[in-house]
Design a binder for this molecule. Sequence first.
Ligand SMILES: [Zn+2]
Ligand SMILES: [Zn+2]
Length: 306
Amino acid sequence: MTPNMMKAALCKEPGQPLVIEQVPVPTPTGRNVLVRVQVASLCHSDLLITSRKGGHTQLPQIIGHEAISIVKALGPDATPFGIKLGDRIGAPLWQDMCLECWECKNIGPQYCAKMTIKGVNNAGYFAEYALVDAATAVVIPQIDGAGGVSPAQLSPIFCAGITVWDALERAQIKPGETVAIVGVGGLGEIATKYAHALGARVLGLDVHDGQLEGVKDGGSVDEILNTRDLQPQDIRAKVAAMNHGRVADAVIVTSGSVAAYQTAISILRVDGRLMVVGIPNEPLQLDMGRVALQSISVHYAKITKQ
Ligand SMILES: [Zn+2]
Ligand SMILES: [Zn+2]
């Protein structure tokens, strides 16, 4: 039996701690399903949202856009999307897309003008119950037990995971290609694992030894390089030296630093692919002469984080 009220963690003022309050359990309308939140994870974007550096958050707001949850009730239009009572689901952070416009049909629903974002201008997952748009939900059949993945491990996949996967997919990585991941913290670590699983030769670049050693120990990178205090030409020479004379076919930049992008440009081969995931706070100067002469293509992952 679903209660009428639930506990929720609200961001009421930017820069202030979240406040736990009793609020009404929402009623699922339209395509929405009501879920009991099993696990919700904190993302770096949440910190930007709660500090108000993240833009357009409507306060007070229940934050959180990554979760694994159990379906408890269906909205009247949810059934065609294949979601059933009792299903365990995860979903990306966007919802309420029209599914009819050019952007929805051709590029992706996250570009729909009607789209709202969970935990930003729509209630998020830091609560006992939440609404999820059935059009975005993914059913997770069985994740417990021997060899399974826990809900806590799966939750960040619905933000960090799909972001770096999108970057790798758009980079069209082929087995045997060299993929450099610049920034091997949270998103970057996941990117190294996906790239490794795709059969790429994976180089991990960062300025923190601890993070580099973490991915090396995890077995998802072939080589690591600390780029701190190195000039771009030196980084290129070192990458070639550690990679049988070859530089990178594609570079995924998960760091939000300008230096990370300068590193990325310096280590790409002719006709290489630069994938933008981390967003620097300040405008980035790109050497367009190099981009043009080297025929470098720059692509943007569909969800990005700093
Ligand atoms: Zn996130
Ligand atoms: Zn649309």
